[in-house]
Ligand binder design. Structure first.
Ligand code: CTP
Ligand code: MG
Length: 228
């Protein structure tokens, strides 16, 4: 195990939250008295193994500077881009290549330390990994709204964040994948394309991504339960 690995968290927070249909970006919605983004970043700020937290903000952001975390000594910001991958790349550009990065969506406020620690342990063993949860429902493939067949769910996982990779490698692979026209919806999708081994780490199901309005109450409930 390599104990001298250094970690930087990358928080893409430059989205506009279109599906949330609120007046301002969803990462600033209050959950139990704090902005969603503050919840998502807190674990990384408190974690002794994490040296820095780089947050990618929208070029029109007018809310971040008002958060208490904005002045935290571990935090720095960059301007994100049009797609999530562009925001992640903008952050990777200011991080030393030999760091390991933990990329975590601003829209996932319910991450717990135990799950984060699983990724850190794997990284210390030089293993790329993402949090994920096995699919529970019976899965169907459909053609024009009619079921074609049932897909074997044993092979299916929900991909979550954080996702953990060496910074230099991830930066290179993301750039190459974009040039090749790969649809890079998460970091792992580019690494898979490049043939890199990426481990799936079973995480708590409640590490949900707040996407639609109805997800907000669920996140409030989960965070309130965690606090108790
Ligand atoms: N994100 C980003 N830069 C973008 C788009 C998204 O940093 N150009 C971030 C979001 O802020 C979010 C994370 O990526 O923390 C996951 O994206 P998603 O849940 O899709 O958020 P939005 O893109 O903001 O929402 P929507 O797709 O509904 O517009
Ligand atoms: Mg989006």
């Amino acid at each position: 195990m390599n104990k001298s690995v250094s970690f930087t968290a990358v928080i893409p927070a430059a989205g506009i939250g279109q599906r949330m249909a609120c007046d301002y970006p969803k990462q600033y919605l209050p959950i139990n008295g704090q902005a969603m983004l503050s919840h998502s970043v807190r674990l990384f700020l408190e974690h002794p193994a994490i040296e820095r937290v780089v947050v990618a903000l929208n070029c029109q952001d007018q809310w971040f500077s008002g958060l208490e975390i904005a002045n935290h000594s571990k935090i720095s910001t960059v301007i994100g881009g049009e797609q999530r991958v562009d925001s992640v790349l903008a952050a990777l550009d200011v991080i030393e290549s030999n760091q390991w990065v933990l990329v975590h969506d601003a829209a996932r406020p319910c991450l717990v330390k135990d799950d984060l620690d699983k990724l850190i342990t794997l990284a210390k063993n030089n293993q790329c990994a993402i949090l994920a949860s096995p699919v529970r429902d019976t899965m169907k493939r459909a053609v024009s709204g009619i079921i074609d067949h049932t897909v074997d769910r044993n092979e299916l996982w929900h991909a979550m964040t954080p996702q953990s990779f060496p910074c230099g490698k991830l930066r290179q692979v993301l750039r190459e994948a974009l040039i090749a026209g790969v649809n890079v919806t998460d970091e792992a999708s580019a690494m898979e394309w490049a043939g890199e081994a990426v481990h799936l780490v079973t995480a708590r199901q409640d590490n949900l991504k707040v996407t639609h309005p109805e997800d907000l109450a669920l996140a409030e409930f989960i965070l309130a339960r965690q606090k108790r």
